[in-house]
Ligand binder design. Structure first.
Ligand SMILES: C[S@@+](CC[C@H](N)C(=O)[O-])C[C@H]1O[C@@H](n2cnc3c(N)ncnc32)[C@H](O)[C@@H]1O
Length: 300
């Protein structure tokens, strides 16, 4: 059996049939880029989880998309994100493997199946990874499934990546994929709250920082930019992304405008050098337009 990204698409036809045509068309329109993600992912996932990896991933993706659609409907009516207490979120989402593992599959697949996220992947590969200094030390905050860090190591044989995430089951997934990737000497994943890093002795320690789809999970995302600013080397580069007007069970900070995270970054002493922001597909006029925004940041 040829183990490559097409196995995810095949599994979608079985386990996420209604969503499969849109996923396939995003994949086909961006085949080289999506394969850059899905081909190594297929090898690592198959090595770590066996044949069931593909159908599990497709099922996780379907479950996640249904949850997102439901949350967005409730949000449209209510006018704001549902309020969730952080301790509840930690015990019911981040610490719960039965929720987190399917969610992590979906969090990976949206980069290849959602048009708005494909643009993040392009920015990440072509501009962020390309801009890292030789031998860069990279920190990935909220590494989740670990795929962004692992792809960084796959693309750049000269860099080191340290990933941290608050969720034990997510870190377990990342470590299983890492064990299959051949990058164990240069990549590590640990359980840690991203906001608890620094302000110890790490000032300026990282040439690259990844903080993808984390800010909307925090009560005070401004603190994240302070952590990033503290840890970033003078010539370092940051890949930051977040969700805007996108309700989800674990989204607790509601951004309504691109200028909000941008301003937070600037107030922490960072400069935005690139920004992409794309809306999801919406068939009719809505009060809230879900978008995904990604930025490259440098020190001012
Ligand atoms: C949507 S996933 C993003 C995963 C990955 N960065 C990506 O782009 O697909 C959100 C991740 O944030 C993690 N997370 C939430 N709050 C966190 C915190 N305070 N510190 C570290 N990780 C956190 C969750 O456990 C989850 O893995």
């Amino acid at each position: 059996m040829m183990v490559d990204g097409h196995l995810f698409l095949k599994a979608m036809e079985k386990k996420a049939r209604l969503l499969a045509p849109a996923a396939r068309s995003t994949f086909q329109a961006n085949e080289a880029l999506c394969s850059w993600l899905l081909n190594p992912l297929a090898r690592w996932a198959h090595g770590a989880y066996g044949d069931r990896a593909f159908e599990d991933a497709a099922r996780g993706y379907a479950q996640y998309c249904m949850g997102v659609a439901r949350s967005q409907q409730v949000y449209e009516k209510a006018g704001s994100y549902a309020s969730v207490e952080l301790p509840e979120l930690i015990s019911e989402v981040y610490e719960d493997a039965s929720y987190m593992v399917p969610y992590m599959w979906a969090a990976i697949l949206i980069y290849a199946f959602w048009p708005s996220m494909v643009n993040h992947l392009a920015l990440y590969r072509d501009e962020f990874l390309g801009a890292l200094n030789p031998g860069a030390n990279v920190l990935e905050l909220a590494s989740g499934h670990g795929i962004l860090g692992l792809l960084a190591a796959e693309e750049r044989a000269d860099i080191k990546v340290e990933g941290v995430d608050i969720s034990p089951p997510a870190v377990a997934v990342a470590n299983r994929l890492l064990a299959m990737s051949g990058h164990e000497g240069r990549v590590s994943f640990a359980i840690k709250d991203a906001l608890e890093i620094g302000p110890g002795d790490c000032r300026g320690r990282y040439n690259g920082i990844i903080a993808a789809m984390l800010a909307e999970h925090l009560q005070e995302p401004a603190l994240l930019f302070q952590v990033i600013s503290h840890l970033l080397a003078d010539d370092g580069v940051v890949f930051f992304s977040t969700a805007i007007e996108s309700a989800q069970r674990d989204h607790i900070y509601e951004f309504n405008e691109e200028s909000e995270p941008l301003r937070m970054a600037e107030e922490a002493g960072l400069r935005v050098t690139r920004l992409v922001s794309d809306a999801g597909l919406t068939a009719h006029a809505v009060r809230f337009l879900p978008r995904a925004t990604a930025m490259l940041l440098r020190r001012r």
